[in-house]
Design a protein around this ligand. Structure first.
Ligand SMILES: C[S@@+](CC[C@H](N)C(=O)[O-])C[C@H]1O[C@@H](n2cnc3c(N)ncnc32)[C@H](O)[C@@H]1O
Length: 389
């Protein structure tokens, strides 16, 4: 049995970003794209696996399913995993790790599934070579993904080998930073033309600005990463070099301005630390400022606000905060497009502007509203007539 088969590829993402991921895949030339729950499936090739890992901003992992079977108990799982020809991908010299997830299956713990699968793989290779490969959970060569849903077990090779949100830029963080994949998805969801200025005015650790800069400069999100597929027996280094060189040629210096601010001094220090790409440091203006004291630096632009979730605040304090945000946008940011991510669905209604779009996103476990507001030019009276509470 050929173990590495590129026919079907599954890319995992966050809830709410499936359509954007499908769009990204379409741009890479993927065919037969199907949207799943927190994932997208398509007909693959080796080239698409390499391209996906390098370029997809909303992907968490790129998986190649290699086997699917029904499973009823632990012995059954062990036997069926042991039957797979692991020697065609793993040797005693390589390390490996197992990533498992279970969803209403006969098993209770994903750790236990991983342990059984590991035993089966190690036993098969020991029988074959008299030696076994070691487990390495920190930096494994080969990563195997096992997913069990009811009685259906899917075994996949993880071509990424790590969660692709780890762009290698973030040095430090303050409370509640956005995951990089979510931040990139939020920017792509705005349909930003990359020609108008970008404003991140409650920047925290600066994740949105970093992702916006990578997008505007055509910089692949994981340019310097070592992916697991590089350890596969069929790794095509020439193909990879070509793909990477082409990506490097396409990087450009964005001809727009980035305004990044936060009320907190600590957040600004952390954001500065995280903007490590030299070009980014040159282009991005980072200042400590209360959002309510900021002023636009041009006539138009894209603003993304990720206000604090305010769990510790009372609802009426949150309502006041959102009312103030709405007023600030109405009075000072006419001509701008603003998107607000809020984990407080009740309070966001008080922004006092009619959302042009409403998207549901999950930030970790928090259900969020991601709303678009267009700030019209015109008298305050005109604006008021276009808004609703
Ligand atoms: C949820 S965090 C933002 C996280 C950020 N998107 C990231 O990825 O790290 C909210 C931020 O809003 C900032 N903030 C709260 N009130 C503010 C205000 N009036 N003006 C500017 N920033 C404010 C906080 O200091 C905090 O850094």
């Amino acid at each position: 049995m050929k173990i590495i088969d590129y026919n079907e590829i599954i890319v995992k993402t966050f809830s709410g970003l499936e359509d954007i991921l499908a769009k990204e895949l379409n741009n890479l030339g993927a065919k037969d794209i199907q949207i799943l729950n927190r994932a997208v499936k398509f007909k693959g090739t080796k080239e698409l696996v390499y391209l996906s890992n390098l370029h997809l901003r909303t992907a968490l992992r790129v998986l190649l399913p290699i086997n699917q079977f029904d499973v009823y108990n632990e012995k059954d799982l062990y036997n069926k995993i042991k039957k797979i020809e692991w020697e065609s991908i793993l040797s005693p010299e390589l390390t490996f790790a197992i990533d498992s997830s279970i969803n209403s299956s006969p098993f209770n713990h994903s750790n236990y599934v991983a342990l059984k699968a590991k035993d089966a793989i190690v036993d098969r290779l020991r029988d074959k070579y008299g030696k076994r490969p070691n487990i390495d959970t920190e930096n494994p060569d080969i990563v195997i993904n096992i997913h069990i849903f009811k009685n259906e077990c899917t075994v996949s090779l993880d071509s990424s080998g790590f969660s692709l949100h780890k762009r290698g830029l973030r040095q430090a963080q303050i409370d509640a930073p956005l995951n990089e994949v979510l931040a990139a998805g939020m920017i792509l969801l705005t349909d930003w033309d990359k020609k108008s200025d970008f404003y991140d005015l409650m920047c925290g650790s600066g994740t949105l600005t970093s992702e916006a800069f990578l997008i505007a400069s055509n910089t692949p999100p994981n340019l310097n990463s070592k992916f697991s597929f590089m350890k596969w027996i069929d790794f095509d280094s020439l193909l990879w070099e070509n793909i990477k060189n082409k990506a490097l040629e396409n990087i450009l210096s964005p001809d727009i301005r980035f305004f990044t601010s936060d009320i907190s001094q600590k957040a600004i220090a952390v954001t500065k630390l995280n903007m490590r790409v030299a070009e980014m440091r040159k282009k991005v203006k980072i200042i400590q400022k209360d959002f309510f004291d900021t002023m636009p630096q041009g006539n138009t632009g894209l603003i993304i606000l990720n206000p604090p979730y305010g769990k510790r605040l009372q609802l009426d304090e949150n309502i006041e905060f959102y009312k103030k945000i709405g007023n600030k946008l109405k009075f000072d940011y006419s001509g701008f497009t603003c998107w607000v991510l809020s984990g407080n669905p009740e309070a966001i209604k008080y922004i006092g502007l009619k959302p042009k779009k409403k998207i549901n996103l999950l930030n970790g476990k928090i259900e969020c509203k991601y709303n678009k507001f267009d700030m019209y030019y015109g008298s305050i009276k005109d604006i008021k007539s276009k808004t609703e509470n």
